[in-house]
Design a protein around this ligand. Structure first.
Ligand SMILES: *Cc1c(COP(=O)(O)O)cnc(C)c1O
Length: 389
């Protein structure tokens, strides 16, 4: 079912995040729309659909509520919700590409995105060139006659490189290329890629949108009606849809996105500032620090710097492993964007699949997903882990 504009057409992000698509139930007055845990829908005579629903792979009211909310978050006409971020990306790639086409993507793209484009779509004749997205001349040089997608991720994972969405969109459009932004790390609370000129936004809603590490999901958000229809058809025909309970959990998480991102950003800034002054730390990757090469651009393009920090330990791989394994409040786990803080050792965890490729992550790098716990407790944990090196 296609998303429709919310009657709550507030310009304010926090209001839209809570109200778009989330209308009270007209039959009972329940403030929260019900979870329609139903695979199929009764027809009033053959083909007599109530509200357009027929079978939940094609559409389910709980998913529609989330899809309307997702579109509103990015100020877009259409939102589509999938079973995972990669399922969302896969549907978009299949809708936009044909064998022989070429994709330009960041050389520090999310490992799973690279694996999907390189190995799955690569096997069907899609070619790709990873490139440094902060270098516009390098991006332009990577464009070929068959290039159909410029895939942007900013800030990037795990090195938090910031690339210029407006400039990349303008460059891509000069060559007639679809410009896609993976907005997972910033979230729409901090960054609005469509307003900056991008064509499509994708999300792993597993991360900040869901926000509570309890559901896997993904989204595609866009304005173009034809491309939307193609992706909608793939969603229906291939079936990687989000289940009603998952859609409900994601919609519930989104309602607090705005306040969570403010707290994630404040906590991360405090921790990044502390790390920067520590002798055991060789380098801190956080766009909120003035020393970060993308700081000015991030300040212009984002309304906050987010909750993700990476750091390079002076003591190399042994120090990085020891630091990651010594943390207590920060739990050692993949993923990010939840209310609880996590620590990840990319080269053997999240980025193990890109070892030996251009996207390999150095063994002295540790990534932190800073949660919304009390900042003094988080700082104390960082301090005690550094003291063990
Ligand atoms: C996690 C992640 C994905 C993949 O999403 P899943 O929900 O795990 O399938 C894509 N992009 C980024 C930036 C991510 O962090």
């Amino acid at each position: 079912m296609t998303s429709s504009a919310s009657p709550t057409d507030s310009d304010a992000f926090a209001t839209r995040a809570i109200h778009a698509g989330q209308h009270f139930d007209p039959t009972t007055g329940a403030v929260i729309p019900p979870i329609y845990q139903s695979s199929t829908f009764v027809q009033d005579g053959i083909g007599g659909l109530r509200g357009g629903y027929e079978y939940s792979r094609g559409g389910n009211p709980t998913r529609t509520a989330l899809e309307t909310q997702l579109a509103a978050l990015e100020g877009a006409a259409h939102g589509l919700s999938f079973a995972s971020g990669l399922a969302a990306e896969d549907a978009l790639l299949r809708a936009a590409l044909a064998p022989g086409d070429h994709v330009v993507l960041g050389n520090d793209a999310y490992g799973g995105t690279y694996r999907l484009i390189n190995r799955i779509h690569g096997a069907w004749g899609i070619r790709n060139t990873p490139v440094d997205l902060t270098d516009l001349a390098a991006v332009e040089a990577a464009i070929e006659s068959g290039t159909k997608i410029l895939w942007v991720e900013t800030p990037s994972n795990p090195l938090m490189a910031v690339s210029d969405i407006a400039a990349l969109a303008a460059l891509g459009h000069r060559y007639g290329i679809l410009v896609v932004v993976d907005n997972t790390f910033a979230s729409p609370a901090l960054q609005q890629p469509l307003a900056l000129g991008a064509d499509v936004v994708v999300h792993s809603t597993t991360k900040y949108l869901g926000g509570h590490s309890d559901v896997i999901g993904g989204a595609v958000v866009l304005n173009d009606d034809d491309l939307h229809d193609k992706i909608r058809f793939i969603q229906f025909a291939a079936g990687a849809v989000s289940a009603p309970m998952d859609a409900f959990l994601t919609a519930r998480g989104i309602k607090t996105l705005d306040v969570r991102m403010q707290r994630h950003s404040a906590n991360a800034y405090a921790i990044a500032s502390y790390l920067q002054g520590h002798t055991a730390v060789e380098r801190v990757y956080y766009p909120g620090l003035e020393t970060h090469p993308g700081h000015e651009l991030a300040a212009r393009q984002m309304s906050g710097f987010g909750g993700m920090i990476s750091l390079a330990l002076s003591g190399g791989e042994p120090a990085a492993r020891r630091f990651a394994e010594s943390m207590r409040l920060f739990q050692l786990a993949e993923s990010l964007g939840g209310v609880e803080s996590l620590v990840n050792y990319p080269s053997e965890m999240t980025h193990a699949s890109v070892r030996g490729t251009e996207l390999e992550v150095a063994p002295n790098i540790v990534r932190l997903s800073v949660g919304i716990e009390d900042v003094a407790d988080l700082l104390a944990d960082v301090e005690q882990a550094l003291a063990r090196l």
